[in-house]
Every structure is written in structure tokens, then in C-alpha cells.
Ligand binder design. Structure first.
Ligand SMILES: [Fe+2]
Length: 166
């Protein structure tokens, strides 16, 4: 199992998206979504929310923008899906902070509307080309001190039958 990300094997139905609020969150234009509407069309997300509650939003990134290598200050783990037709990818590096000038990288090439569990505590960066990128993102109520990527996989597996996790 990848330590960086996990393809959940779940396709997101975006037809039910309803923006509740727009704000700037960690420099991202953020559109907070109505969770209950999403759950009507995405029952597996509801099942995850039942055991690990989260909030959902769309994170908008401008074209030809990258984001600095970082570990998230708040999130230990999240769920993401790319919902725009963007030339966009994420890279992880488990040894970004080692001495020297080169690091090993692992690429997450998002399949559109596919949900991924994302380890926010491994160094990562993003590259966006050509068009605005719109990422559907679920932020768990438990922060990095209370919920890790490994915890999330274990909890979801214990409660629900997500074969794709195994
Ligand atoms: Fe991040």
C-alpha cells in the first residue's frame, strides 16, 4: 500500500454540488459545499463521514501555478478528487528534507472525479498548467494530531467494507 496516497476506487458524482459559501483558505479560493446534497448521490462518502466526519469544499488554483513543497499544518489526511479538465498533478517526496539537492518523488496523476485518500504529512507539491484547477477536497474534523493517514485507513476498513482499501 502506498504511504502517500490511495485510490479509493470510488467515482464522485458532481451533479449534486451546491456551493454554500466562498472564502479564502490557505490562499485557495474555496467553495464550501453542502454535504447533505453530496451524500444523496455519493453514499460511500456518507459511509466514511459516518465514522470520520469531514467538511467538503472545492479548492480553486489558477493556471500555471505551483505550490511550495510542504506538509500540511492542519491536515494529517484528507480525501481529494480532481473535478476539472486540468493538466494537473501532485508529487510526493518521502525524503525531500534530506541533505543534498536531489529527492525521490512519487507522482499522483489524478483520474478525473476519482477519489483518493491523501497523506498530507508526507512532503508534497502541485503543478497546474493551462487551466484553472478545481479540486474536490474533504477535510476531516480531526486534525493531524488526532488522525493520521494510517489511522483513517484502519478506521474506515474496520467499519465498512471497502475492498479497494486492501
Ligand atoms: Fe498540502
Amino acid at each position: 500500500m502506498s504511504e502517500c496516497f490511495k485510490d479509493l476506487g470510488i467515482k464522485l458524482d458532481t451533479s449534486c454540488f451546491e456551493t454554500q459559501q466562498e472564502l479564502y483558505y490557505f490562499n485557495f479560493l474555496t467553495k464550501v459545499l453542502n454535504k447533505d446534497k453530496i451524500f444523496e448521490k455519493n453514499p460511500k462518502l456518507k459511509q466514511i463521514n459516518d465514522v470520520l466526519p469531514f467538511d467538503c469544499a472545492l479548492l480553486v488554483l489558477k493556471p500555471f501555478v505551483t505550490y511550495k513543497w510542504h506538509k500540511d499544518s492542519k491536515r494529517g489526511v484528507c480525501i481529494n478528487a480532481l473535478v476539472s479538465d486540468s493538466n494537473y498533478f501532485t508529487c510526493f517526496s518521502k525524503n525531500y528534507d534530506k541533505p543534498g539537492v536531489q529527492s525521490d518523488i512519487i507522482k499522483l496523476d489524478y483520474k478525473k472525479n476519482n477519489l483518493y485518500l491523501f497523506n498530507n504529512q508526507i512532503y508534497h507539491t502541485v503543478f497546474n498548467f493551462e487551466k484553472e484547477r478545481i479540486l474536490f477536497s474533504c477535510e476531516f474534523n480531526l486534525n493531524k494530531n488526532k488522525l493520521s493517514y494510517e489511522d483513517a485507513i484502519k478506521i474506515i476498513n474496520e467499519k465498512k467494507d471497502f475492498n479497494s482499501f486492501k
